[in-house]
Design a protein around this ligand. Structure first.
Ligand code: 4NP
Length: 151
């Protein structure tokens, strides 16, 4: 059985699609499944933001196959690790948890870099292109550390 990892942000069009693409590029696809979702469903069915697609492309991978979807309670059954980009995502995910086992699956992604810091991946939606590169750099470092640990 594959180890399954879910990246979660608010809209599932900016941060978590990048996180999914970055982590998937660092793991063996025969052993790991990486997906992403948003705590809000208002972009459901959409492609990632064009700036996230462009940032991924600049770093050599494609995320344009992804489609936004809402995080659902059943994701606690499906996934082994659930990573939140910020505190608000984390709280929204935990509000759907039913068991201690559910709660234990949820982590702040940047705690991979600085354990217990609860640092946040800033929402780049209303900013410029540099915000997306900044998000990429943070996620790349966090995903490298996590990939190393679980591979
Ligand atoms: P994301 O960014 O959570 O990183 O996908 C956002 C995308 C859309 C909105 C907010 C954040 N929005 O308000 O539409």
């Amino acid at each position: 059985m594959k180890t399954k990892i879910l990246m979660v942000c608010l809209g599932n069009i900016c941060r978590s699609p990048l996180a999914e693409g970055i982590l998937a590029s660092k793991l063996d696809p025969t052993k790991f499944l990486v997906d992403s979702a948003g705590t809000a469903g208002y972009h459901a069915g959409e492609l990632p933001d064009r700036r996230s697609i462009a940032t991924a492309r600049q770093h050599g991978f494609d995320i344009s196959y992804q489609r936004s979807r809402k995080f659902v309670r059943n994701d606690f059954q499906t996934f082994d690790y659930i990573f939140a980009m910020d505190q608000s995502n984390y709280n929204n995910i935990l509000s759907l948890a039913e068991t201690e086992a559910d709660r234990k699956k949820v982590h702040m992604i940047l705690n991979q870099i600085s354990p217990n810091s609860n640092a946040e991946v800033p929402d780049p939606y209303y900013g410029g292109d540099q915000g997306f590169e900044n998000v990429y750099q943070m996620l790349d470092e966090a995903c490298s550390i996590f990939a190393e640990k679980i591979s």
